[in-house]
Design a protein around this ligand. Structure first.
Ligand code: SF4
Length: 58
């Protein structure tokens, strides 16, 4: 699956990084995707937990 993170929408809460550190990392005040193509199921959990729905899984 492919992970998309909308930087404009991210509020930097850190939830995705806590849930799925293999795929997400904080960069300054925002999260970024370090593994855009992944099989990590936690990426989906992170998307579901993002308070502003900034993460899309395709
Ligand atoms: S969970 Fe959403 S708002 Fe929080 S850091 Fe990740 S992308 Fe940003």
């Amino acid at each position: 699956m492919r992970v998309d993170l909308n930087k404009e929408e991210c509020i930097g809460c850190g939830a995705c990084v806590s849930l799925c550190p293999k795929v997400f990392v904080m960069k300054g005040a925002k999260a970024v995707v370090k593994e855009k193509e992944t099989e990590e199921s936690c990426a989906k959990e992170a998307a579901d937990s993002c308070p502003v729905n900034a993460i899309r899984i395709i």
